[in-house]
Design a protein around this ligand. Structure first.
Ligand SMILES: [Zn+2]
Length: 99
């Protein structure tokens, strides 16, 4: 006859264990994921600052993108300024008038 048993599952890899310490040990054995993000320095409070993942944008664009305002009109203005002042950088970063 079937019976109910507890399983302790690692939240990272989903491996089943029969006891909690084993599951905790498994959870803690997984490596931390390290990523590099470009973060604006606009605000004193770190969580308010815009952050862009370098793996997604590339380093140069992530740094530029992090400093772009969230306000759409101001953002378009900054990109228009880049198109005027440094069209080569603008092409390299992949920005257009519609970005
Ligand atoms: Zn695990």
């Amino acid at each position: 006859m079937a019976k109910l048993v507890e399983r302790f599952i690692c939240p990272v890899c989903k491996r089943h264990s029969t006891n909690e310490p084993e599951a905790l040990k498994c959870r803690n054995s997984h490596a931390v994921i390290k990523e590099v993000w470009a973060v604006s320095e606009q605000y004193k409070e770190p969580w308010k600052n815009k952050a862009c993942n370098v793996a997604h944008y590339g380093e140069e664009r992530a740094l530029f993108e992090a400093d772009l305002p969230d306000d759409i009109a101001k953002r378009k203005q900054k990109i228009a300024e880049l198109i005027d002042t440094d069209p080569e950088k603008c092409r390299r970063l992949g920005y257009t008038q519609k970005s």
